[in-house]
Write a protein that binds this ligand. Structure first.
Ligand code: PFF
Ligand code: NA
Length: 454
């Protein structure tokens, strides 16, 4: 059962916490390269389509479901009927797996905050990241080779997760979000302003925004857009259900969902402009085509950015520090939301105290993370992320929309949240939840299964 103290202190606190969860590593590096890879400016079309038809409707669904049931994902599903509780546990498991590697990427950001002072990555950031720094080999053979300095940083990340979640919703998560979010906004503004004012920036930004409309005919692009929307809005991970459950009874749902989505996507877009400004500058300096500059995924943050910093005319240390600090803060404010979404079911189901549940989750999470600090870490990260997203998140999305839309009934939820929201949602929402979302997601999952098998 949830105690009274598990409540947001203010509406602003709730909004900052949900934006904190949404804005993360996914916005800073993932969005830019996914957009660029999938048609550049044209990607924004499926992205907004996915946002409007699935992202925002699911966010409204999760906020209101949690608020009505007053429980974590597991308890909320159990309250509709015992037979659906496992959907909640499935999403809890997926979220737990996600934090184990998400925390490791945060730990790299932490290390890079420190490296920025000496540009420790040297003249070849790629060799630094993969070679000296991560000590990676190409397969699982170097499993035994745990990297102690990364392990220590991962422990620090988990300690921060623990301290914040241990302190509860208002004194922990909400307070942290109120500190982190304004700082993050300022940091990103500095990066974007610097990015767009560099010589050559405009070419990078043009490449980023210039639409390749033929990409719209490619199903892979649509899949990427849906994947990015789920990841970026933190929906289907139990997080927004749990955060919704800490809302006071009469809180607005619809407006809060719109504010969270807009802030999150606006942030991605602005950062994308800044990042591509910097990419444009690099391409102008080196004569390397922009395509080649952005070719790597994880590398966009940990290889391309260090390279860019090496090339900056002034303020190298300052900008490196700001960028990796922003990445670290964005990461932590997301990881605490995932930890909370795993802690809450343990409190609900087993009656654990928050302190006990948080200690168990962070201890186990740290152990899980060690897998990614081995020489084979990146290899595991790739494989596990792929299956976790493909068979975890997308299927949870289908089940959630179908069970809540048909079994619990979308109309029932809408009649619950409309009267307490100052913006009214029409029957279009029921149609999204009952038909469009499960249908589109099913097509996507089946399509990717087929590509996987063949
Ligand atoms: N939304 C976060 C990002 O874009 O980095 C990632 C995330 C947070 C995913 C919380 C899932 C989650 F439950
Ligand atoms: Na995000």
């Amino acid at each position: 059962m949830q105690q009274e103290e598990n409540q947001w202190g203010s509406r602003l606190g709730f909004i900052l916490a949900t934006i904190g969860s949404a804005v993360g590593l996914g916005n800073i590096w993932r969005f830019s390269y996914v957009a660029y890879d999938n048609g550049g400016g044209a990607f924004l079309i499926p992205y907004f389509f996915a946002l409007l038809t699935t992202g925002i409707p699911l966010l409204i669904l999760e906020f209101s479901f949690g608020q009505k049931m007053r429980g974590s994902a597991t308890l909320s599903f159990a309250k509709i009927h015992k037979k659906w509780e496992w959907i909640g546990w499935w999403s809890t498991l997926v979220t737990f797996v996600l934090i184990t590697y998400y925390s490791v990427i945060i730990s790299w950001s932490f290390k890079y905050i420190y490296y920025a002072f000496t540009q420790a990555w040297g003249s070849n950031p790629e060799a630094f990241l993969y070679g000296t720094h991560l000590n990676l080999s190409s397969g699982i053979d170097s499993l035994g080779g745990i990297n102690i300095s990364i392990l220590a940083t991962v422990a620090l990340v988990w300690l921060i997760n623990l301290v914040i979640v241990y302190n509860g919703i208002e004194a922990g998560v909400e307070k942290a979000s109120k500190i982190f979010m304004p700082i993050l906004a300022v940091l990103m503004l500095i990066i974007t302003v610097r990015g767009v004012t560099l010589p050559g920036a405009i070419d990078g930004i043009n490449q980023f925004l210039e639409p390749d409309f033929s990409a719209l005919l490619n199903p892979k692009v649509w899949l990427a857009a849906y994947g990015q929307i789920f990841f970026t809005l933190s929906v289907c991970f139990g997080v927004m259900i749990t955060y919704g459950s800490y809302l006071p009874k009469k809180s607005d749902i619809v407006n809060n969902a719109f504010i969270t989505s807009l802030a999150n996507c606006g942030f991605s877009f602005i950062v994308g402009i800044g990042v591509f400004g910097i990419v444009g500058y690099m391409s102008a300096q080196t004569g390397q085509p922009i395509n080649d500059v952005v070719a790597q995924s994880i590398g966009l943050a940990f290889i391309v950015f260090p390279k860019a910093i090496n090339m900056l005319p002034t303020f190298q240390t300052f900008l490196g520090f700001i960028f990796f600090l922003a990445l670290g803060i964005a990461g932590i404010s997301s990881s605490i939301s995932m930890v909370e979404a795993v802690v809450a079911p343990l409190m609900d189901k087993f009656g654990f105290s928050r302190k006990k549940a948080a200690t168990i989750v962070c201890g186990a999470g740290f152990l899980g993370s060690t897998l990614f600090t081995t020489g084979a870490g990146l290899y595991f990260l790739d494989v596990i992320d792929h299956y976790n997203m493909q068979f975890g998140v997308a299927i949870i999305g289908i089940l959630e929309a179908a069970v809540l839309g048909w079994y619990y009934k979308a109309e029932v939820l809408r009649k619950f949240f409309n009267p307490i929201s100052n913006f009214q949602i029409g029957t279009w929402w029921d149609i999204m939840i009952k038909f469009i979302t499960p249908l589109l997601l099913t097509i996507m999952v089946v399509k990717s299964l087929i590509t996987e098998i063949s």
